[in-house]
Design a protein around this ligand. Structure first.
Ligand code: ATP
Ligand code: ATP
Ligand code: MG
Ligand code: MG
Length: 878
């Protein structure tokens, strides 16, 4: 067995619209291709022994143990690897279920598809599954130690990528509200929403959190001072910078018991509470000094520790934090109890889990002693022994929800405190004997205010009700009725994507919105190029959606990107499917036109139910996508008699139709005539039917996004197939005696479309300079030849500089074959070098003729024309 390729999908994809996170492993089974699992001696037993938990997999039989039955009765190795990859991830704590395995057209090569929750873990699981399987085949077993290592490694990947419990809580809540989120390049910075409506969070700080508020909260002394000045009860205390000052400070706060803590610490680090002697004070001083230069010395207040969470000025929750402790059973020692407590699966390391494992530190032993025990004392039943002095969850404490018990005056006080400090999300630490009574009645104090408070204790308290505090954050960031998305219009099809994308972006500019768009030529925002290149995949789409200035996203969505990693978004508002024609077949395991149609239908299926699928009614493979999508349907057609479209309109549907020389939108009884094609330069005076089709699609999409007819019209009238607006798409140059046309058609459907225009050229000869990308199939080139013979009076055949692996001269030979099949008398010439071929055709162009150039490099072709002194770049008018 050999892994040929591993791909990672991150959005709606060829395999699933719902399951976005998939690994695709292209696997060559080699010798195992014709062997099924029951023919391998000892395989079933070996697998069962290694991974008995595979019992849980239902698989196609649909019952517990179903998959193992398949293995026993005989199934393909690819299928087994899919299940193992899922199971390994489950063992590491990532519960996943989706998988598929399919044969490719290459014998023995399979595509094994399975879900992941962490990318690296997913890829690792795939490789480990192959290793595990191979080992059982070769040796009948997989060493236990290796399996344990695999699971450990998978857990490590998962943990390293984990965003932390507070962020997870916010993301989960965002998903519940259909608010999209993106993990930005920098770790832990999360974007919520798209484009201009986006907000950002980092843990529990938002992009609205005031830096002044954060700095004030981090300085505990200043916080206390400003609160004290506002009449809020705070511990009596002072700051010391030198050891010499300690004694006076203790006196100043009213003597023992005292607390010493770093001025700007957190997570309870360096704090000693309940200090009762000078020796303890000295030791506490040293500990705090390790964290901070300046120290706080303050009175120790007896009471329980509470964390009050205030978001957007409103009290949200309060948790009592109880320091790490054990409860006696009358039999076990304190150490034994500690061990037992730490075995709780809810306890993890650091902030990974609901609770953290308890670790003893130097203060712990003193604390135990102070309570009258030693670490090996047997703790009487029901007795509590505290093991840590501070109540932080990160040192093993637990949390109890007290939200329903807080006194209204304390709520009022908490809300006032965050206003005074100036934070949008804050956690107030209060020490009081009873949170149900006003602080001033029970001598309770506010010990500090935290920016970026952890949510773990409120979301998953050890006791009491779990509070949806993340909901409060989202209510603040995205108040009801405030948008969090920008409209996404996704455009796919075999031909015309770039043109339609550009035209639609151009129309949207007439609404004065900032449009972000991606095309084969580059990524644009407004009128500016952000990045040149073939940007039709999810990364470029994400660049647009991430941009804080864009108000509309128009995304050319090509097959390559969908295949490679899926769509960049779960739902578009409008999805346009222009056409499906044979192109790129044989690449990326897409071998048939139906598979290609399925690939393009992903765009149709990834539209909001209240959005629109804009479908080409004249292309059967596109029109039937109406059955697949849950979105509303809108058709466009060149045929004003189309029955499909007529019926659609009669049942209340909307469509764009080319009728009586007009681009029109039909809705119910109304016909909105947008513009006569003669006035739409892109259609070359109506002579380029495929451009009319693109115009219909773009106009319809704009209409469905509530762009007015006037704005659409203005857009159509000012968009030209010029070198600047659509380089390489129907750029026509007047060279005085003759014309040259540069176009990017590169597959039979494109040639056919172009042919419809060229045939309309009646003033002279039609000369073609043609060729195609080398990675296409043989029959593609023959078809190009046949079409050329029908369209042109004379043909110059050339090849690309980059033959994409095809031996030089073979593509042109196939084209010649095609030409001769249709018209053996056709005048043709083979000049492999593109520059020479173009020059040759231009040199020999007779008066009144049209030289149609289908170049590999558009820029080079245009340069070759320009040096001849073009009279003008022109758009055909009627
Ligand atoms: P965290 O990051 O968890 O909020 P921290 O390092 O910022 O902790 P503080 O909040 O100042 O430290 O103190 C930690 C805990 O120590 C408090 O929650 C409280 O239980 C206790 N504590 C601090 N100061 C006093 C005090 N003056 N009297 C009584 N207990 C105190
Ligand atoms: P690519 O796959 O290279 O990104 P694309 O789908 O973006 O192509 P365009 O760049 O807009 O397509 O157009 C490329 C060529 O395809 C055009 O120059 C034209 O010859 C042809 N074409 C454009 N629109 C259509 C259409 N609706 N139907 C058929 N052919 C078309
Ligand atoms: Mg604190
Ligand atoms: Mg394109």
């Amino acid at each position: 067995m050999r892994i040929l390729k591993i791909q990672t999908l991150r959005g709606p994809n060829y395999w699933s619209i719902q399951h976005h996170k998939l690994i695709i492993m292209r696997l060559d089974l080699e010798k195992l291709a014709d062997i099924s699992s029951n023919e391998i001696p000892g395989f079933y037993d070996g697998l069962l022994k290694t991974l008995p938990t595979l019992e849980r997999h239902f698989c196609s039989p649909g019952y517990h143990g179903g998959f193992l039955v398949r293995v026993r009765e005989g199934t393909m190795m690819g299928h087994i690897i899919e299940h193992i990859a899922l199971e390994l991830q489950s063992l590491a704590g990532m519960e996943l279920g989706f998988g598929r395995t399919r044969e490719t057209s290459t014998p023995g090569v399979y595509q094994v598809v399975f879900e992941y929750s962490n990318e690296e873990a997913g890829r690792y699981a795939g490789r480990a599954a192959v290793r595990l399987c191979q080992s059982i085949i070769d040796r009948g077993r997989y060493p236990q130690a290796e399996l344990e290592q695999d699971v450990q490694d998978l857990q490590d990947f998962w943990r390293e990528a984990s965003l932390g419990p507070s962020t997870e809580a916010i993301i989960k809540e965002a998903e519940k509200r259909s608010i999209p989120w993106i993990c930005l390049g920098t770790r832990f910075l999360i974007q919520l929403g798209y484009g201009i409506h986006q907000k950002r969070i980092q843990a529990t700080m938002s992009d609205q959190t005031s830096i002044l508020g954060v700095e004030l909260a981090c300085d505990k002394e200043s916080t206390k001072r400003i609160l004290a000045d506002s009449g809020v009860p705070v511990p009596r205390g002072t700051v010391v910078n030198f050891f010499d000052e300690l004694e006076d400070a203790i006196e100043l706060v009213g003597s023992y018991p005292i607390v010493i803590k770093p001025l700007d610490g957190n997570h309870g680090r360096g704090i000693t509470t309940d200090i009762r002697t000078w020796e303890e004070a000295e030791a506490a001083y040293d500990r705090a000094r390790q964290i901070s230069r300046s120290l706080i010395v303050e009175r120790y207040y007896v009471g329980r520790d509470h964390r009050v969470l205030v978001i957007d000025g409103k009290f949200v929750a309060v948790a009592e934090r109880v320091p790490a402790h054990v409860v006696g059973d009358g039999k076990s020692t304190i150490m034994e109890l500690l061990e037992k407590t730490n075995q709780d699966p809810k306890r993890g390391d650091g902030h990974d889990n609901v609770l953290t494992k308890i670790e003893l530190d130097h203060t712990s032993y003193k604390l135990i002693e102070r309570q009258g025990y030693k670490d090996n004392s047997i703790l009487p039943e029901g007795q509590v022994c505290y093991l840590r002095a501070t109540a932080n969850l990160s040192t093993g404490g637990i949390a109890i929800d007290r939200t329903d018990e807080i006194h209204p005056e304390n709520v009022w006080l908490a809300q006032r405190i965050v206003k005074i400090i100036g934070l949008d999300i804050a956690g107030i630490d209060i020490v009081t004997t009873d949170i149900g009574r006003p602080l001033r009645e029970v001598d309770g104090v506010v010990v500090e205010v935290n920016a970026a408070p952890g949510f773990r204790m409120h979301v998953a308290p050890s006791k009491g009700v779990s509070r949806n505090v993340a909901g409060a954050v989202l209510d603040m960031l995205f108040p009801r009725d405030k948008p969090f998305r920008v409209p996404i219009i996704s455009i796919t099809g075999t031909n015309g994507k770039t043109t339609t994308t550009r035209l639609l972006a151009h129309i949207f500019k007439h609404t004065n919105k900032v449009v972000g768009y991606t095309t084969t030529d580059g990524t644009y925002i407004g009128n500016y190029l952000v990045e040149a290149g073939d940007n039709t995949g999810p990364q470029s789409a994400q660049l647009i959606l991430q941009d804080p200035t864009i108000e509309v996203a128009v995304l050319e969505t090509a097959r390559g990107g969908i295949l490679r990693s899926g769509l960049a978004f779960a739902f578009a508002n409008v999805g346009i499917i222009l056409n499906v024609a044979a192109d790129h077949l044989g690449l990326g395991d897409i071998d048939t036109i139906d598979q290609l149609a399925h690939l393009k239908s992903i765009v149709a299926e990834s539209i909001f139910p209240d959005g629109y699928a804009v479908l080409n009614a004249d292309d059967h493979r596109v029109a039937i996508m109406a059955e697949k999508t849950k979105a509303n349907i809108a058709y466009f057609t060149m045929n004003s008699d189309s029955k499909l479209v007529r019926d659609h309109i009669q049942t209340g549907g909307v469509a764009a139709v080319y009728e009586n020389g007009f681009v029109s939108i039909l809705k119910g009884d109304w016909t909105h005539r947008i513009e006569r094609v003669d006035n739409i330069p892109l259609t070359m005076g109506g002579k380029a039917p495929f451009m009319i089709a693109n115009t219909l699609a773009a106009s319809l999409a704009a209409f469905l996004q509530n762009v007015t007819i006037e704005e659409i019209r203005a857009g159509l009238k000012t968009f030209r197939a010029s070198v600047s607006q659509t380089p390489g798409r129907m750029n026509l140059f007047n060279l005085g005696d003759y014309h040259a046309l540069v176009d990017y058609a590169h597959n039979p459907a494109g040639y056919e479309a172009l042919g419809a225009f060229v045939r309309n050229w009646t003033t002279g000869n039609r000369i073609g300079v043609i060729g195609g990308p080398g990675d296409r199939r043989d029959d593609n080139f023959i078809a190009l030849g046949k079409l050329s013979a029908q369209i042109f009076d004379r043909v110059v055949i050339k090849e690309d500089d980059d033959n994409r692996g095809r031996p030089r001269g073979t593509a042109s030979e196939l084209i010649v074959q095609g030409i001769c099949k249709v018209n053996p008398d056709c005048s043709y010439e083979v000049i492999l070098d593109e520059t020479q071929a173009i020059n040759r055709a231009l040199d020999a162009a007779p008066k009144g003729s049209l030289v149609v150039i289908l170049p590999e490099s558009v820029n080079r072709a245009i340069e070759l024309i320009k040096v001849r002194g073009i009279v003008k770049e022109e758009i055909l008018q009627h």
